[in-house]
Structures are given as C-alpha cells and as structure tokens.
Design a protein around this ligand. Structure first.
Ligand code: ASP
Ligand code: MG
Length: 438
C-alpha cells in the first residue's frame, strides 16, 4: 500500500484538488491519501482562535465570514453538478455553523484545538465528495478514530497500528482519504501534531501499516542542497539517507516536519518527496541507502541561543558536565551543539522559553555568557568523516566569516558551525560556492 500526502498548496485551489485526484488515480494499488487543510486555512483558524482567546469576537467573526466566502467559491468550481454543489454547500454551512457556535461559547484551549482540527476535516470531506462525484471507489477514514498521542504529546505508533489494521481490512476501496495533522490526546480530546504535522501523520500511517512507500507531495521539487530563499543556485537532491534527511529537516529545511522521518526509518519505509506542480520531476527519495562521504546539503537554523559556562571547578574534575546537563533536563530544554575546553563549556539551545531559570541555576557553576540571535549552519552527508580534507574545504569556503562554535564527529553525518545570524546569508552563499559544483 502507498501512503500519499498532499500539502495545503496542493489542495488550495479547486483545479489543484481535481489534479491530485488524477495523480492518485494514476498510482498503482491501494492508497491512503492524507490531506492538509487548504492553504491559508490553518493560519486563519489560528487568527480566529487567538482573537477569541483575547475576547475579540468581532475580529473572529469577520475572519470567519471571509473564510466562508472562500469556501463557497471553492465548491462552485470543485463540483460539476448541481447536486454536488448542493452537497458542497451543506458541508460548508455545517462547518461554518460550528465555527460560529465555538465563537459564541466559552472559548478555551480545548475549543481552540477543536477549531484548528476543522481545516483538515473540511478539506478531506470536500475531496472525498469530489471523488464520489466522479464515481471513484473511495472511503473517508476519520483520523480521530485511530491517530493518538500520549501525555508527552508523543504519537502512540503501536496503538495506531492496532486500530488501523482492522479498519483497513474491512474498507473495500482503492483510495482511502484521511486527515493529516489531527489526533486525539491522552484525555481523548481533539488535538494536533503541531504545525506542519500532516507529513508526520503520513509517516506514522506508513510505519503503522508497513507501507511500500510514503509520498509527500508539496510545491517544491524535493529537498534542495541549500536554502533556495537565500542562495541563488540550488538543486534538488536525488537521494538521501534517513539520517541525512532527519538532520536537514531538523536544521531548517522547511520542506518536511522535523519528526517525519522517525517512524518511517523505524520500519524502513522509504519516503519520497514530490512536486505537485511538476509531477515528472524526480524529487527526492529518502531511504536507508545512500552514497557516502559527500556533502549533500547545507541547512541553517536560526534563533539559536549559545550559553558559555566558564568554571575553574571543571579543571580536572569529573561529574561537572553531568551537573550542567541536569539543569537542562530539569527545565526540559534540549541541548543541540556542545563544545568543551578544560575550563569552559559552550552549548546551544533553540528553545529559550526557560532561559531565565536555566541561567539562574547555571550561575552557581561559574561565569555565564549568553549570545542570542545565533545560527547553526549544518553540512549534511552520509559518513562525512570519510571524506578527506572535508574540514579544510568547509573552512576554506567560509573564508572570513567568524565562527563561534564547531561540532564535528558527534554523528557521522554532519558538520555544524555556529555563527552570528548577521553572517548567515554570506556563509550560506560562500559554502554553496565552495562545496558544490554546478
Ligand atoms: N494544516 C496544518 C498546518 O498548516 C498541518 C499541515 O498542513 O501539515 O500546519
Ligand atoms: Mg508542510
């Protein structure tokens, strides 16, 4: 079975929604189709939710009315027959009545999450009825019946698999449509897998059913070797290993939700990235295979905070790093890069929500310096350390860009440098010229 996910822009216009129906029809065998909300919808739902939480119902109602007009126009073009236009109108009016009901009630965090879930519910329902209008044998499978997260917001892969298997056995259709992003939490409330989470849904389903392949269809032709918004000449990467792709997704390659690779890798299900706007383009295939000793891509992650702890107590002592790490553990803050000398340790975090508390405790160890607005630039490649002279190449390319920290050898797949964000554009361009041939 294939799991095929389409992002917001791939379903964001009626003609695109019709086009993905064609694409899916052309794929062999049984498919589970995972859809995002129409592009812009989740952002609008966020604005509506924020307005309601801030007790500004008139702003919310204005946004609701505007969004409703968008959907009313959408269904006019999506459906061909009057009878299906009527089905579309019923769907739209049902969802928008719910929005107004939520807006009129006591709006809390729980209502907010329920509101956010409606984007995917409506997009899948509209798409399903488009397939019905075309007499395509398909079913709508509610993600809220099988997708769940535990009290730590971690998806419950085994439970998801146990629930999905019997459902799928009884569903006699070649195309099964379900929602990305949405799930139930440990209290059985409606929740979500965080922004961009539809990719993660596809990967979780793919892993749960041990799919042949997970396909993520977006509006770019695969993962690129560098950030196309900052660097002029970039190119899609044909093949990546799971490890390379995870590093890239985490380090700023916006094309994939960073957790997407984890479930797929666990069961060795390949993930293929494809472009809806250019379906013939080869895209990127992510699997356990891949060429070695080559820098495949560069990615950058902003909003990094570097913390330097200098302490004479570290000199010739053991147990010092453990004490430092315990502080981060206590404040649930992951550490990304780390580099040590005999009397100091520098580390980086990307979540600074507990920075104040962290620093208060770290102060007891010695002198603390904090640098915000830092960027990690990460060069990714399978078995990079096997590449002779790789560090020389990186530093030659970087030229005069000041480097604050370096990390190499922690994994076989990456070299990371920390720089001030002010130098990011320059660094990415220099590395692109120095490390890749075009
Ligand atoms: N609709 C959700 C979002 O915009 C999930 C997704 O598209 O992946 O974040
Ligand atoms: Mg996305």
């Amino acid at each position: 079975m294939l799991v095929v996910k389409f992002g917001g822009t791939s379903v964001g216009k009626p003609e695109r929604m019709k086009k993905i129906a064609e694409l899916v029809l052309g794929m062999p065998g049984k498919k589970i189709v995972v859809l995002s909300a129409l592009s812009g919808t989740t952002n609008t739902l966020v604005r509506i939710g924020e307005a309601l939480l801030a007790h500004e119902p008139s702003t919310a109602l204005r946004e609701i009315a505007e969004l409703e007009r968008h959907y009313q126009n959408f269904i006019q073009e999506l459906y061909a027959s009057d009878s299906h236009k009527a089905v579309g109108e019923e769907i739209v009016s049902r969802y928008f009545s719910l929005f107004r009901l939520l807006a009129a009630g006591k709006f809390d965090d729980r209502s907010y999450r329920e509101l956010l879930a409606q984007g995917e519910l409506i997009s899948t329902e509209l798409f399903y009825h488009h397939l019905q209008e075309r007499k395509i044998n398909s079913r709508l499978l509610p993600a809220l019946h099988f997708m769940s997260i535990d009290e730590n917001h971690e998806p419950e892969l085994e439970k998801i698999a146990d629930r999905l298997q019997p459902i799928l056995e009884t569903m006699q259709a070649d195309i099964i449509v379900t929602q990305g992003y949405i799930c139930r939490n440990h209290k059985n409330e409606i929740d979500n897998l965080k922004r961009g989470g539809s990719d993660y849904t596809a990967s979780l389903i793919g892993a749960a059913i041990r799919a042949e392949e997970i396909q993520i269809w977006t509006d770019i032709d695969g993962m690129h070797n560098n950030d196309p918004r900052i660097v002029k000449k970039t190119r899609p990467i044909a093949e990546l290993t799971f490890d390379e792709a995870s590093e890239l997704a985490y380090f700023g390659a916006k094309i994939l939700h960073p957790s997407t690779i984890v479930p797929a890798q666990k069961y060795g299900v390949p993930v293929r990235l494809k472009n809806t706007m250019e379906e013939k383009a080869p895209g990127t295939i992510i699997s356990s295979k891949g060429t070695r000793a080559q820098v495949k891509a560069i990615a950058a992650k902003d909003d990094i905070t570097a913390i330097n702890i200098k302490s004479s107590r570290m000199l010739l002592a053991y147990g010092f790093l453990r004490k430092v790490f315990e502080v981060f553990e206590k404040h649930k803050t992951p550490i990304d890069m780390i580099s040590t000398s005999e009397v100091a340790v520098s580390l980086t975090i990307d979540d600074d929500s507990h920075l104040h508390d962290l620093l208060e405790e770290l102060k007891t160890f010695g002198t603390i310096e904090v640098d915000q607005k830092q960027t990690i630039i990460c060069m990714v490649g399978n078995a990079l350390a096997e590449k002779e002279g790789v560090l020389k190449e990186v530093f030659a390319a970087l030229g005069s860009v000041p480097v604050r920290m370096v990390s190499f050898g922690g994994s076989h797949n990456n070299i990371s440098v920390l720089i001030d964000t002010a130098h990011k554009e320059k660094a990415l361009n220099l590395l692109n010229e120095g490390l890749f041939e075009f």
